[in-house]
Design a protein around this ligand. Structure first.
Ligand code: PEP
Length: 250
């Protein structure tokens, strides 16, 4: 059975003191043995403070992005090596805001996934179609292309890879996908993973993301091919995020 994984994407929110007070509360709410993987993705600035606070807790630290090169003349970027040094264990690759607002393409995202894996961290590869693509009946074609490119440098070994299916039109809009549509896509993703990685594909966790809240979390987290959630807006409140995490328990 795949262990559920629930991830809080804070995006560009929270100062260091705000991050500390959030984590104090979340640690209390999550408890010692949540029975699932709980991950927080603070801004880069809050990572050192968060790393310190999360030692000895069941909450893991992740980053929202990383550059694939280990070091070099890449002003404003942060490398996987630098993140590893801070205790980061998960890195999001290809979030739709990176793809659409910052022009990240499939090839760059594939390199990020490879770099994260090469440093022993877990890549969370985000895939998902826009509303126009869905309306044009191209949702699966787009997601399949993103999966293909994202996993293109992994060889036969997915090593911990996590996929987040996040329809772009559901992110930050308050309009979540229909659970049946999320299940249909997660099942197609699972079929693709099985074709690509054989039996190892069955171990890869597939999350749903897009306007998940405490009151709709269970609808998504009980779907047979959905193993967790990537949560943006609702994760900014520790009580709401902990409620979503509790809904993911099996
Ligand atoms: C996200 O940031 O990946 C996300 C799904 O955001 P929200 O939950 O706000 O839709």
């Amino acid at each position: 059975m795949r262990r559920p994984i629930v991830v809080a994407n804070w995006k560009m929110h929270k100062t260091v003191p705000e991050a500390r007070s959030y984590l104090r509360r979340l640690i209390e709410l999550v408890g010692r043995d949540p029975g699932l993987d709980v991950v927080v993705l603070p801004s880069f600035t809050a990572l050192p403070a968060a790393a310190e606070m999360l030692v000895g807790t069941p909450i893991a630290l992740g980053a929202q992005n990383a550059h694939p090169e280990a070091s070099g003349a890449f002003t404003g970027e942060v490398s996987v090596v630098q993140l590893t040094d801070l205790g980061v264990r998960y890195v999001v690759c290809g979030h739709s805001e990176r793809r659409h607002l910052f022009g990240e393409d499939d090839a760059l995202i594939g390199r990020k996934v490879q770099a994260v894996t090469a440093h022993g961290q877990v890549p969370i590869l985000c895939v998902g179609e826009t509303l126009d693509e869905r309306r044009a009946g191209r949702a699966w074609e787009v997601v399949a292309r993103q999966l293909e490119a994202g996993a293109s440098e992994l060889g036969d070994d997915p090593r911990g890879l996590v996929i987040a299916y996040e329809p772009v039109w559901a992110i930050g809009t308050g309009v979540a996908a229909q659970p049946a549509d999320a299940q249909a896509m997660a099942s197609q993703v699972r079929g693709w993973l099985r074709d690509r990685f054989g039996a190892k594909g069955d171990e890869i966790r597939v999350q749903y993301g897009g306007s998940v809240k405490p009151d709709n979390a269970r609808e998504f987290l009980s779907l047979p091919d959905v193993d967790g959630a990537l949560v943006g807006g609702a994760s900014l409140d520790p009580g709401a995020f902990a409620a979503i995490a509790h809904a993911a328990r099996r």
